[in-house]
Design a protein around this ligand. Structure first.
Ligand code: EPZ
Length: 430
């Protein structure tokens, strides 16, 4: 198994190109199942999760062609995918696939909407929380799907097709919003989703559906109005930049000190996190197509934050912020309100010398003068990258094991950081 070796203590300086967003690329790829025409997606990041979803979609009959890189073309522009679901040949998403990547559960909505039938495995447990799918099922039932659960599978049927409905989600869910939005695109009449997730990735999927011929009002708000169509067209869409990747590198720069420009990043998708970084003592400037983070010598101030759905502070940056606060001048408090078990990084950060107490959903982080390098274990994706941030500031060498977690969601992480001066390398298992 690959490991990553980091020797801490170097400032980060330079420019980091921000990749396309994983959490938009995945539902956008799934949107291709809604039409027999070709959906072209540009700026798709080359990630393990994207490649796994490509395999899953191929099983359903989606034809995927990836453009070759042009000689001399920038390696940083992501890939161009052409997806064509002329015929859906299989309406089953098996446990072996869905359990490896939860977002593949989102094929449920498009399968029922287009084929009138679907058999999709329940995703099962997850390292960061129980993560039920009741809201997905509630929304799809409101659209007219008949749903049974049998031996770990969701069996869904809509013999007369789906119809529009008013759905009020009792809780904000990114995945349930995606699933219902995708299904509503092919439902008869208008669907209104209240308390919809406002995450920019939901907006990106809605923008793509509009290009495919769906009329959608309220994009970017918590009320989405979707006028379903009998048939959707093909489209060309560019995946939006990854705000979590940008926020991660912003926090890494605030942690190490230095001066880094995040090329392509959109500040307005990340304002709560950027405000937090400013409050802890880094300078952040935003322009149309970049964010610049500078910290020169000043100590880090402690902070209190709780995670919230967008536009609040994202749970996907909670672990990274905690790594940053391990060396603040005082005590920080971070409350995780989205997932009940998203603290696996705490014990690993403690191995590097961090002082963190956990009480229920709240972590109290007492800043220490220095962290010391040590062998640590990656657990989930964002927990793993928090260890990278901590290791970049630690004295001496850290090795991070099980880096396949990082490969699920960070494209060329070592290359991007080492170009900015980090001492980081991948040790490939022979
Ligand atoms: C998406 O997961 C993201 N995944 C997650 O990113 C992200 O952490 C999360 O949204 C929150 O922002 C992708 O986009 C692929 P939710 P999702 O449904 O959709 C509860 C990463 O690291 N809930 O918004 O699965 C749920 O348990 C990942 O890239 C229900 O109770 O998250 C949680 O407490 C990990 N019933 C809360 O809602 C449901 O039916 C929010 O979950 C659905 C969710």
């Amino acid at each position: 198994m690959d490991r990553i070796r980091i020797v801490g203590g170097r400032k980060l300086e330079g420019t980091i190109p921000i990749s396309g967003a994983k959490n938009a690329a995945l539902p956008l790829m799934i949107a291709s199942m809604l039409t027999a025409d070709r959906l072209t997606l540009k700026n798709v990041p080359n990630l393990a999760d994207v490649n796994l979803l490509a395999r899953i979609l191929r099983n359903h009959g989606v034809d995927l062609a990836v453009d070759g890189k042009r000689p001399g073309g920038s390696a940083h522009l992501g890939e161009t995918f052409h997806l064509t679901a002329r015929d859906i040949v299989d309406t089953t998403a098996p446990y072996e696939m869905v359990s490896r990547m939860r977002a593949s559960f989102w094929v449920l909505g498009p399968l029922i909407a287009r084929m009138g039938v679907a058999k999709v495995s329940l995703p099962g447990g997850c390292a960061i929380g129980t993560r039920p799918v009741d809201l997905h099922l509630q929304g799809l039932k409101a659209l007219g799907a008949e749903i049974d659960i049998d031996r770990g599978y969701v069996l869904a049927r809509a013999p007369k097709g789906l119809h529009g409905a008013r759905i009020i989600f009792p809780k904000v869910s990114v995945g349930a919003t995606h699933n219902v939005l995708l299904a509503a695109a092919l439902a008869k009449g208008e669907t209104v989703i209240e308390n919809a997730a406002r995450e920019p990735e939901v907006g990106d999927v809605a923008d793509c559906l509009v290009k495919m011929g769906v009329r959608i009002g309220g994009i970017g708000t918590s009320t989405l109005r979707i006028q379903g169509r009998d048939r959707l067209e093909g489209a060309v869409h560019t995946v939006l930049p990854d705000r979590i990747e940008a926020g991660t590198f912003a926090m890494a720069t605030a942690a190490t000190g230095g001066d880094v420009t995040l090329a392509g990043a959109r500040g307005h998708d990340l304002s709560t996190a950027l405000d937090a970084i400013r409050r802890v003592g880094a300078e952040v400037t935003e322009s149309d197509d970049a964010i610049r983070v500078v910290r020169n010598g000043a100590g880090l101030e402690p902070i209190s934050i709780e995670t919230q759905p967008f536009p609040g502070f994202p749970t996907d940056l909670q672990a990274q912020l905690m790594a940053l606060m391990t060396r603040a001048r005082g005590t920080s408090v971070i409350r995780e309100t989205i997932f009940e078990n998203r603290f696996m990084h705490v014990q690993e950060l403690a191995r590097l010398g961090a002082d963190i107490q956990l009480h229920g959903d709240t972590a109290t982080i007492k800043g220490v003068k220095a962290l010391q390098g040590a062998p640590v274990m990656a657990t989930d994706l964002r927990a793993s990258v928090s260890l990278v941030i901590a290791a970049l500031t630690a004295e001496g060498e850290t090795t991070i094991n099980r880096v396949y977690h990082l490969d699920r969601g960070f494209e060329r992480l070592e290359e991007k950081l080492s170009r900015c001066g980090a001492d980081i390398e991948r040790l490939t298992a022979s």
